[in-house]
Design a protein around this ligand. Structure first.
Ligand code: NAP
Length: 243
């Protein structure tokens, strides 16, 4: 049977590009969405024109009960989960002194707890299968830090730490887990930047450009095919940060 993948935040931006790429590779994809129901339905309809069928599933990944419902749906329908892409996330632009307890708790819940929880609920099945591939979408800010993005950067660094530690626990069970840490990618998340600011960001990269969601999807495709990479943080950033 074909592989089965869950992509969180799959109706738009980077998640959408990942859903499209995997679905076109004959993988059974469950595209999660939270608020963007119309966008999820549109994506499903567009892929159907190519004779590709995907499932869409509403779940708030900051809530364990929602995640459990999604896993039950996937396992009831397909009997397994081969691939988990933890992509859903929010950003937060605030001076450090202005971050409230509510801001902090919210971004930790959506960006970090969600990865902990979704991964925990998924590996139950992967451990039984003795195989699996998990990819977390973190951020260059988790590596390098972002000004006015302390909470966001902390969540993304947390994801990378989780990736490295969990790779050691899960490796003997043939489950690989890696992070992709994007630089600036052209999605809704960066709509707040003016054209001048985008030009400035481009100038800061070696390739003098910002990325497209498809650039991240290509790395996901490669990681899924690979079988000797685990615990790594792969930064796709156009040469914004070269270490
Ligand atoms: P985006 O266009 O703003 O999309 C965010 C996605 O996350 C949406 O699909 C949204 O779903 C989903 N989401 C948010 N909260 C959720 C929740 N509670 N439950 C389920 N889904 C939720 O952002 P993007 O640029 O594609 O970002 C995708 C990932 O890449 C994020 O983790 C982001 O931090 C990371 N990233 C992005 C960039 C960049 O430059 N764009 C750079 C580095 C890292 P709904 O719309 O359905 O609510």
């Amino acid at each position: 049977m074909e592989k089965v993948a869950i992509v969180t935040g799959g109706s738009r931006g980077i998640g959408r590009a990942i859903v499209e790429a995997l679905a076109r590779k004959n993988i059974k994809v469950v595209a999660n969405y939270n608020q963007s129901e119309e966008k999820a339905k549109t994506l499903k309809a567009e892929l159907e024109k190519e004779n590709i069928s995907i499932d869409i599933f509403q779940a708030d990944v900051s809530k364990r009960e929602d995640i459990k419902k999604m896993m039950d749906f996937v396992v009831d329908k397909y009997g397994k989960i081969d691939i988990l892409i933890n992509n859903a996330g929010i950003d937060q632009e605030k001076m450090f002194q202005d971050i409230t307890d509510e801001d902090w708790d919210n971004i930790i819940k959506v960006n970090l707890y969600s990865v902990f929880c979704t991964t925990q609920e998924t590996i139950k099945y992967m451990l039984k299968q003795k195989s699996g591939c998990i990819i977390n979408i973190s951020s260059i800010y988790g590596i390098n830090g972002g000004s006015c993005a302390v909470a966001y950067s902390a969540t993304k660094a947390g994801i990378d730490g989780m990736t490295k530690a969990l790779a050691k626990e899960l490796g003997p069970s043939n489950i690989r887990i890696n992070s992709i840490a994007p630089g600036y990618i052209d999605t809704d998340m960066n709509q707040r930047y003016s054209n001048e600011e985008i030009e400035q960001i481009k100038e800061e990269t070696a390739l003098v450009k910002i990325g497209k969601p498809e650039d991240i999807a290509k790395c996901v495709e490669w990681l899924i095919e690979d079988n000797f990479t685990t615990g790594q943080v792969i930064s796709i950033n156009g040469g914004l940060v070269i270490t």
